[in-house]
Design a protein around this ligand. Structure first.
Ligand code: A3P
Length: 322
């Protein structure tokens, strides 16, 4: 099996070598596959997911582009789905990072040059990906499993991504890019899983065309009205809160448990780290400020205008504002 898997991944690496290539924010390599830009280290995993992952109707698939609130949504989905297994006061979230509770398909489960056996995971399998809608494996659509997408305004997403990539580019020989350089790349679409706007738009359209299967959330709306959105989310992933639970304040308790303030102060998230494929990431890099509007501290009026123009132009006619 192992030899077979190695050959499969070897083939993906060969295909990769034929694809368009660009330097990313952290001088890392990005490859363009089916219209989107992927990190070199996770693209073989993406191809493996496309060819080998079989979604089941009971799965819950969480999707985002990087830095839109993935960690937060992972914690919420995990807390909602597992609340009958563990009282919230003994939640696994208190000792385990959300990325370990809801693993990434391409950047974790399929990232180690092996095709994993996911049938051994308890049901419902809570899985995450950053893959664009148009590149999801067919079984996701056939299975009818719920797909939850979280989006965020491009200004905060960009600022968050720039900080994140600078923090994890640990090699001393590598100079992190300036905000200006990174900004050009982001606007031109050559950023992780970019173009950002195309990624968001695909899921937005899917959520309108297949609302029973694709839910579209906005980071800012979740911040503003957590209670409403967490209840909607629970219904969508088929773990609705009972009236009794609502009366007992279970929803508020979950919101508190998964809040930036709470998660970022836990030991595991302050000092823990994990490998995502061959990339080590300290969990504290997933928690920076957790605020809406931090872009105003980093972007010039020209940059703001440029991002707003792109959003207007790309989203115009689809009824989407971010
Ligand atoms: P900032 O860099 O703006 O602070 P992702 O999880 O997709 O990588 O996104 C990371 C962003 O979400 C970071 O944004 C991070 O601080 C914020 N974040 C992490 N945990 C959060 C939580 N529990 N609630 C709200 N925001 C959170």
């Amino acid at each position: 099996e192992e030899v077979k898997d190695e050959r499969t991944y070897q083939r993906y690496t060969e295909i990769m070598a034929t694809l368009p290539r660009e330097r990313g924010f952290a001088q890392d390599l990005l490859y363009q596959h089916q219209g989107f830009w992927y990190w070199d280290r996770y693209l073989p995993g993406v191809m493996a997911v496309q060819n080998h992952f079989i979604a089941q109707p009971s799965d819950v698939l969480l999707v985002s582009t990087p830095k839109c609130g993935t960690t937060w949504l992972k914690s919420l989905i995990s807390a909602i789905c597992n609340r009958k297994l563990h009282p919230l006061t003994q939640s696994p979230l208190l000792t385990v990072n959300p990325h370990q509770l809801v693993p990434f398909l391409e950047a974790d489960l399929y990232a180690n040059n092996q095709i994993p056996d996911l049938d051994i995971l308890p049901s419902p399998r809570l899985l995450a990906t950053h893959m664009p809608y148009s590149s999801l494996p067919q079984s996701v659509f056939d299975s009818g499993c719920p797909v939850v997408y979280i989006s965020r305004n491009p200004k905060d997403t960009f600022v968050s991504m720039w900080h994140f990539l600078n923090k994890i580019s640990t090699k001393e020989s590598i100079m992190p890019s300036t905000v200006e350089e990174a900004f050009e790349m982001f606007c031109n679409g050559a950023s992780l899983y970019g173009p950002f706007w195309d990624h968001v738009l695909e899921y937005w359209r899917a959520s309108i065309e297949r609302p029973q299967y694709v839910m579209f959330l906005k980071y800012e709306e979740m911040q503003a009205e957590a209670l409403v959105h967490v209840k909607r989310l629970a219904e969508f992933i088929r773990c609705p809160f009972s009236l009794e639970e609502e009366k007992e304040g279970v929803v508020d308790e979950i919101i508190r448990l998964c809040s930036f303030q709470n998660l970022s102060r836990l030991d595991i998230n302050k000092t823990g780290q994990a490998s995502f494929g061959d990339t080590h990431i300290k969990f504290n890099t997933f928690f920076r400020k957790g605020k809406v509007g931090d872009w105003s501290n980093y972007l010039t009026p020209e940059m703001i205008d440029r991002l707003d123009q792109i959003s207007k132009q790309k989203f115009h006619g689809y009824g989407l504002t971010l």
